[in-house]
Design a protein around this ligand. Structure first.
Ligand SMILES: [Zn+2]
Length: 434
């Protein structure tokens, strides 16, 4: 599938808009519209359920975006989180040194400046007066918020190793090259886990987490042939990592990283212990040993996951010589679960009945009422937004108190009593994993 098609659908149906569009947009920043925000929330909720609620060894956290500046010195981001950049003296464009094949501008052939370090962190000031304020950063990853809270969570939750901490939240990187729709942007959302283990058991947990995270995407409908594991070569590893494997997805621009699972060893806890002077070691009651835990980090991008689910679920098919575009999203992820449609909008009794049915779903899931087109067009509209079920109220409904339920994927229609409708739909949605 082409990215262009998806970008256009996302705009047309209200999934994703260019940020600040009325001002001509801000490069590679994106706003999630009415359907996009639902899809994104559903992705994060599915993740949270899977890694926090359905396990016995996890806790959640929501750390602040702004952190003490020393955090980023200890983590290595102040010194190391930088790309070597060169500028073209002719056209003034900036390039990453490691992306260049020759020592001249790839665009105009102009002369290049000496390489300079360009830190990827966004800097800002704390306090209202710039001259008295101190510089801090917008976090470039959520991980450090977890490391510095290791002791807090361990103590208050009375956990024993192995256990993990999960967090979703925004992170910021002043990337020079962005693009491929929402795949790489400067403001993005992460879903990260830091899983603390006894040294020596790290390799086993590393393998388990790779498998668990791979299976999660499959369980939410991603086709297996579109996912693969790519272990990093030794020379690609970050300085703190003992091993790292990417879960890659076959995006329209090719295989690209969806999530990375890294064995970060005891690097971060040791760095923060040394830098803060606080003991971040762990005492094992059973063996009477004291040690600094190793950490396995499954780190996924929310925006990338949303993009992968959209790409993977998009299909076009012919139905009676008519092209139908369907987002076959997993029922747990679909932004709208049920659309209630009146067959005749000029009959007040039908409209009233349809609105009442829609209202009844409000406490359980997102449902919509729509009467702005003919029934055929309303179905197509819901297919394109991934709505699993459409409920149609017609003239007969008024006397037999039954409605027609249409399935997005099979297009089969069932006649269901209004008093049984909620139970019927709950059952169908549950079958689909919602
Ligand atoms: Zn140039």
């Amino acid at each position: 599938m082409e990215m262009e098609k998806l970008v256009s659908l996302c705009k047309r149906r209200g999934f994703i808009f260019q940020s600040s569009e009325v001002y001509g947009g801000l490069e590679s920043t994106w706003d999630y519209g009415p359907l996009g925000v639902e899809l994104k929330r559903n992705v994060k909720e599915a993740w949270w359920r899977s890694v926090v609620y359905e396990r016995n060894d996890m806790e959640g956290l929501d750390a602040a975006i702004l952190m003490h500046p020393s955090v980023w010195v200890a983590s290595g981001h102040v010194d190391g989180f930088a790309d070597l950049m060169v500028d073209c003296k002719g056209c003034k464009k900036r390039f990453r040194l490691d992306h260049l094949k020759e020592k001249k501008c790839p665009d105009c052939g102009g002369e290049l400046t000496e390489p300079r370090k360009f830190n990827l962190m966004f800097k800002t000031q704390v306090g209202s007066l710039e001259d008295t304020a101190s510089s801090i950063y917008l976090r470039p990853e959520t991980a450090q918020g977890i490391f510095v809270n290791f002791e807090n969570v361990l103590t208050t939750s009375r956990r024993k190793l192995p256990f993990g901490i999960a967090q979703t939240g925004k992170a910021f990187r002043n990337e020079v090259t962005t693009g491929n729709f929402t795949f790489r942007s400067r403001e993005f959302e992460q879903m990260e886990i830091e899983y603390f283990v006894k040294p020596g058991t790290d390799e086993e947990w590393y393998k388990k987490w790779i498998q668990d995270r791979f299976d999660w995407y499959i369980s939410l409908g991603i086709k297996k042939e579109n996912l693969k594991l790519r272990p990093h070569a030794k020379d690609e590893l970050a300085h703190y990592a003992k091993a790292c494997t990417d879960i890659e997805y076959l995006f329209p621009m090719g295989w690209s990283e969806l999530e990375g699972i890294a064995n970060r060893t005891d690097f971060d806890l040791k760095q923060h212990a040394a830098s803060s002077g606080k003991d971040l070691s762990y005492f094992d009651e059973a063996t009477k040993e004291r040690f600094v835990p190793y950490v396995i980090e499954p780190s996924g991008g929310v925006d990338r996951a949303v993009l992968a689910f959209l790409v993977d679920s998009y299909r076009e098919e012919m139905v009676r010589n008519d092209k139908r575009v369907v987002l076959g999203l997993h029922k747990a992820l679909a932004p709208i679960k049920v659309a209630v449609l009146p067959l005749l909008k000029n009959r007040p009794e039908i409209v009233e009945m349809a609105l009442k049915i829609k209202q009844g779903f409000g406490k359980s899931f997102k449902a919509v009422y729509d009467d702005t087109a003919s029934i055929g067009r309303l179905y197509r509209r819901q297919d394109e937004t991934g709505t699993p079920f459409c409920v149609t109220v017609d003239v007969e409904s008024l006397s037999d108190k039954k409605v027609t339920v249409r399935d997005r994927d099979t297009m089969q229609q069932d006649r269901v009593g209004v008093d049984k409708l909620k139970e019927y739909l709950d059952g169908k949605l549950k079958e689909g994993g919602f």
